[in-house]
Design a protein around this ligand. Structure first.
Ligand SMILES: Nc1ncnc2c1ncn2[C@@H]1O[C@H](COP(=O)(O)OP(=O)(O)OP(=O)(O)O)[C@@H](O)[C@H]1O
Length: 348
């Protein structure tokens, strides 16, 4: 095994060009992700949080090779994913081998499970791909034991059902089983628990954490809910990454991010998460509620238009990443010598 991270994102940019319905000559560019660098290690958990549209899904898909970045690089154990995909890599690695290692489970498992096939057939497919030498009965026995492991008892009964005969929680378990049967190195769980009843969310997160050890996999866990990210990354010894308008503004160990957030936007998310019981009674800790348009993101620090701590320097200059203990923070306040401190406060 190499010393390289499992997945390394280096200065990732993903811009989408859309037709501008008001002006056909000038297509508009959505800055979905800009300048994000992040490593995912073996058996790691990285939860990505942030407001809707901040780029969580785009970054997650980029990490598992489903979205081609418009800038920067994505490597899998040191191999450039897109060079392998494009056939321009100098190594023998096949894209097919990497692809099976990078799996995804979606918010709506019902939409990703073929409605015309029984669960046993849906779960046989990954085994056919990864372990083609297995006999029919060996496949069945693996499927039954995994169904049993995820709490679907009796497995013989569930295996013969169609997806529509399962509850949302059961469908999500099947989607998880399908991903695990590919022997993945990383699973992108994109809002995978958001559609479940609140009472089932913790159960599903616990199951995913238990299976992580057994299957030796990493998770990229996307959630708009900081308390879920805290639970998942916290129990799994992982990190939380906070995104704002396409940028990763702070990343660090789960409890540090909750108890000692450094970026003013992480503080806003914490304030806005009722389950954390940290919500203040007063105004939210920001100057404006409106989220700027990712087609025309603010100059300098993108959060400066809403940040209660912003000064003129934040409007003009983009902060680089600073290290604060184990947290990485993109905010000038981490640099005691920065001109930020002598710059006039922004009030508009
Ligand atoms: N295929 C696409 N074409 C054009 N714009 C896109 C495309 N995919 C995403 N976007 C835009 O990129 C930005 C980031 O979207 P993304 O779905 O990654 O955010 P998100 O944080 O996952 O949001 P949500 O929580 O609502 O899913 C948004 O402005 C979105 O509208």
């Amino acid at each position: 095994m190499s010393d390289n991270p499992l997945i390394s994102l280096e200065d990732i940019e993903v811009h989408f060009t859309n037709e501008n319905l008001l002006n056909f000559d000038e297509p508009e560019t959505v800055h979905a992700v800009d300048g994000v660098s992040l490593d995912i290690e073996e058996n790691d958990i990285v939860s990505l949080v942030g407001e809707s549209g901040c780029g969580k899904t785009t970054l997650g898909k980029t990490a598992i090779g489903l979205q081609r970045p418009t800038g920067g690089s994505v490597t899998y154990r040191g191999e450039d994913i897109w060079a392998v995909r494009d056939g321009t890599a100098t190594t023998e690695t096949e894209w097919e081998d990497i692809r099976t290692s990078l799996q995804i489970i979606h918010q709506d498992p019902g939409a990703s499970l073929n409605p015309n096939r029984r669960i046993v057939s849906i779960l046989s497919e990954p085994l056919r791909q990864v372990n083609p030498e297995l006999s029919r009965s060996e496949k069945r026995s693996r499927i039954y034991s995994l169904l049993e492991r995820v709490g679907m008892n009796p497995p013989q009964d569930f295996a013969e059902r169609y997806p529509h005969q399962l509850s949302g929680g059961e469908q999500q378990r099947v989607a998880l089983c399908r991903a695990l049967l590919m022997n993945p190195d990383v699973i992108l769980a994109d809002e995978a628990i958001s559609a479940l009843d609140v009472s089932l969310r913790v159960e599903m997160m616990d199951l995913m954490l238990d299976l992580q050890d057994e299957f030796d996999t990493s998770y990229i866990f996307i959630s708009h809910d900081l308390s879920n990210a805290r639970y998942f990354s916290g129990h799994g010894g992982g990190k939380i990454g906070v995104m704002y308008l396409g940028e990763l503004v702070e990343v660090g160990p789960a409890e540090d991010m909750i108890n000692d957030p450094q970026h003013p936007y992480t503080n806003v998310l914490r304030w806005a998460t009722p389950d954390l019981a940290l919500r203040g009674t007063g105004e939210p800790p920001m100057r404006k509620i409106d989220v700027p348009d990712p087609v025309d993101p603010p100059s300098g620090c993108r959060f400066h238009t809403r940040c209660p701590k912003a000064t003129e320097a934040c409007r003009q200059e983009t902060p680089s990443d600073y290290q604060h203990g184990e947290q990485t923070v993109a905010c000038f306040r981490e640099d005691e010598n920065h001109e930020y401190w002598d710059s006039p406060e922004l009030t508009d």
